[in-house]
Design a protein around this ligand. Sequence first.
Ligand code: ATP
Length: 597
Amino acid sequence: MIPSDKGADIPNTEDLTRSTPSNPENGLSQTLRLVLQELNLFYSRDVSGLCLLYDLLHSPWLQALLKVYDSLQEFKGKKLLPATSRAQALSHEVVEVLHAAPGSPETQELRQILQAPHFEALLRAHDTVAQRDFEPLLPPLPDNIPEGEEAMRIVCLVKNQQPLGATIKRHEMTGDLLVARVIRGGLAERSGLLYAGDKLVEVNGVAVEGLDPEQVIHILAMSRGTIMFKVVPVSDPPVNSQKMVYVRAMTEYWPQEDPTIPCTEAGLPFQKGDILQVVDQTDALWWQARKISDPGTCAGLIPSSHLLTRKRREFWWSQPYQPHTHLKSPTYKEELVGYGQKFFIAGFRRSMRLCRRKSLLPALCPGRCPRAPYEEVVRHQRHLSDTHRLIVLVGPSGVGVNELRRQLIEVNPDRFQSAVPHTTRSKKSYEVDGREYHYVSKEAFESLVCSHRMLEYGEYKGHFYGTSMDAVQAVLNEGKICVMDLEPQGIQVARTRELKPYVIFIKPSNLSSMKQSRKNAKIITDYFVDMKFKDEDLQEMEDLAQKMETQFGQFFDHVIVNDILQDACAQLVSAVQKAQEEPQWVPATWVSSETGS
Ligand SMILES: Nc1ncnc2c1ncn2[C@@H]1O[C@H](COP(=O)(O)OP(=O)(O)OP(=O)(O)O)[C@@H](O)[C@H]1O
C-alpha cells in the first residue's frame, strides 16, 4: 500500500476486502477513491501513461456509474418487505386528520395529492401486492370425476372484465359442440387450457349435448365468478408459428354489417389508416388482429386479405357506375407572377396551382376498383445519413395548404424548400430557368410523363405544368426537406421508397370558426382576383375535405386542422420534425432489401 501524501484516511487492505454490498461507502466507489489517491502520487511525479488512467478514473460519469452500481448491489441482497399492507386505509385516515387541521397551503396540497385518483390507485395496488391478494381462488376440482375419462380435461376460468375469447360451433357431421377458435390475448388463450377443436362436454356442470351454441353462450353469459368447462381435448392442438405482421388498413371494416363473419362480437372494426397487428393467420379466411392503439386488448377477427379483396370486389361490381367528378370548373384566369414576396420561393405560381385543379391524373372517382385492403408496414427510423422524407401537404382548395407551406419555408429557408416545377410555356424576360420553372419542350415534358417521372401534371391555357420526381430529388439531395402540395390522387404516385413521403392532411375547422378566421382571407379562383370567401366556398371546402378523408384517409400520416394559422403552423413544424426524426410506420417495401416501390 502506498501511503497517501495528502494524509487522507485510507482504510487498510483488510477493510477493503471486507467491503459489503450493504455499505455503499465501503463498496466500489470507495475502492475507486483509494485508487485515485494512490494514482495521485504517480501523477504528481509525472509517471508516464498514468495521466490517461487518472483522468478516466476521475471522470464524474464513471464515479456516478459506480455509485449506481453500489446502490444496486446493496438492494440485490435485500428482501423488500412492505412497511404496511393497509397504506390506502392509512392515507384515508391522514386525509381525515388533514380535514380537521387548520388549512395551510401545505395541508391542502397534501390532501389533494392523497385524494388524487392515480395516487389512490397506486396505494390500492400496493396493498394488493402487500397482502398477496393476486387472484380469486379457484374452487377445488370436483371429486366425482368418473374413472376411465382420462381423455377429459377440466378447465376452470375466472371471469373478469375481459372477454372469454373463444368461439364455439357445431360440427356439421357429428353434431358435437367444438371450440371453433381461441382468440389471442383473451382469457381462454392466456389460460393455455382451451384449444380450437376441443369438444365441449359440460359447461358449469350442465351437459351440452344436444344444446345449440347460442344456449351454451347464454349459460356462459349468466355465470358469475368462475366458469368450468369439461372438454375432450383435440388430439393435435394447433401451433401458431407465424411471425407477427403489421398492416395498414386501406379500407374500413364494420363486423356488424358483415353477415358472413363467424362471430360478430369477436369482430374487430377498423377504419382506413388504422395500423393493425395481425397475430394469427392460421385460418385462410379470418385473421386475428388488434389495433396498435389498443395494445393490451384481446385480438379480434378481421377478414383475411384474400377474403376482404373478394368482398370489396363484389361490393364494387354491385354499385351503379359513378362518373369522375372534377374539383373545380375549368374556367381560365390570367396568370399572376409570384413577386412581392420577401424572398423567392419556387412552386407557388398561380398557373401551377390552377392547372393542378385540372390535373391529368385520375380525378376523385369514388367508383375506382379497390386495391389490396391491407398494406404491410414496418416501424422505420430515418438514418441520419439518409435523405429527408418528402413532406406532402394535401387539402381542399382554399384551406391554407399554400399559406402553411409558405410559412414553413419562411421559418427556415435553408432547411425547407419547394421543388421547381416544369412547364412547356416559354420563359418570360424576368424569369430564370430552374428558378421559377424548368422550361422544357412539349416532347420533353411528355417523355417525363411517359417514363413516370412526373408526380403530378396538368394543363393550363394550352401549356403543361408539373412537378417531377427528379426536381424533388434534387432538393432532397441538397440535404434539405422538400415540401410540396399535391392533389390527393397524386399521393400514390409519390409513394416510392426513394421519396418516402410523409403525408399531412390540412383540414378545415368547423364552419362557424372558418367564417371567423377567414374574414380577411383571399381565395384563388379561376375567374376573380383576390376574391373573399363566401359561405358556399367554405361549405364546399368542408364537403371536399370530407370526401378526401373518406377516399384517401388511409394515406394520411398526420392531420392538422387549420383554424388559427399560428397554431396550425406550429403543429406543422412539429409534425415535419417528427417525420424526419422519430420512427414512423412505412410500407414494408420501402425498407426491404428488394428494389421497387
Ligand atoms: N388559418 C388561417 N386563418 C386565416 N386565413 C388563412 C388561414 N389559412 C389560410 N388562410 C388564407 O386563406 C387564403 C387561401 O389560402 P391558400 O392560398 O393557402 O389556400 P390553398 O389551400 O393553397 O388553396 P389554393 O391552392 O386553391 O389557393 C389565403 O388568403 C390565406 O392567407
